[in-house]
Write a protein that binds this ligand. Sequence first.
Ligand code: AMP
Length: 371
Amino acid sequence: MNSNPTIGILGGGQLGRMLALAGYPLGLRFRFFDPDPAAPSGHLAEHVPAPYADAEALQAFAASVDLLTYEFENVPVEAARKIEAIRPIYPPPAALEAAQDRLTEKSFLQNLGVTTPEFAAINSTADCAAAAECCGLPAVLKTRRMGYDGKGQRIVRTLAELEAATLELGGAGLILEQFVPFSAECSILAVRSTTGETAFYPLVENVHRSGILHSSRVPASSNIQALQADAEVFAGRILSALNYVGVLAIEFFVSDGRLIANEMAPRVHNSGHWSIEGAETSQFENHLRAVLGLPLGSVELRGEVGMLNIIGPIPARASILKITGAHLHLYGKSARPNRKVGHVTLIASNPEQLTSVLQQADDAIQSAVFD
Ligand code: AMP
């Protein structure tokens, strides 16, 4: 590979943009492939705007770079497998396949002994009664594919509600999940290099609002920190089973002092954005190091770290930057309701100070209005 390799990234959203920002200091070059001509990565590097289903465009793109990765897990698996014959692509397409469909994903996790909520497939309203029996009620009905940030999900409390929600969500291709009465949510970011070297970031404590990540904090509360070894065992099994390369995120519920896996993402993840300033090596840099077979960097924390997503209107830059320890990231996207347009990372020297600056930043974000 040449000394300034070009990495092709499938997906040109903020994750791709932050990967490139982490890679430029290492002398890496980037090209992006994204159907949206206005994708945030377009501000940084050359961007091929073609649909993922355009096999010819994808193959030409693959041939124009040294290796490929993705920042979006809904790249068609078949397309990723075709690319594999042209250039290395990491994480392996098998990881895409395992993560794209919530039913396949939960079965895969269960086979590895990773605890999941009870679940059942729903392919017509005739499946509802048995699924409700298996998962109990209330339960969460989700589309198997393409759901994210709480989209394509309904909480159902009765069989009649389940049947109605089944029809509303398309009548087939659904999964019912036990509603987990969690005390907290957390995630682990694991990274494995082509050399097999592996590292795990400390468990991140996450708060979701309306199904979208609102904030993350590390170190997590002590009851979550106590589950670090369990999370590493679960993550380690997934990394080995998939011969994984790159960053892998696994989201968990914490219930009765145990980890219950909700989902995994075969890519850098929103709950790891804090690592740009909050860890010795960010998830983005470690992902690049991993796919290039370079030594992984330290995952040590640089203090008490918090991250807040900016969703919807964009706050005035000054309202965030005046807060001590605040680092602002805006993705260059236009603001829309429920759209992630940026994030703020806050670093403090103790938990109380972190709580205080997180509150100040949250107030500034919440008081923003659309232009
Ligand atoms: P997901 O899109 O599956 O990551 O879900 C988004 C959020 O919805 C999760 O982070 C939880 O806050 C909530 N949620 C999803 N599935 C369940 C479940 N089975 N039980 C309880 N809450 C859930």
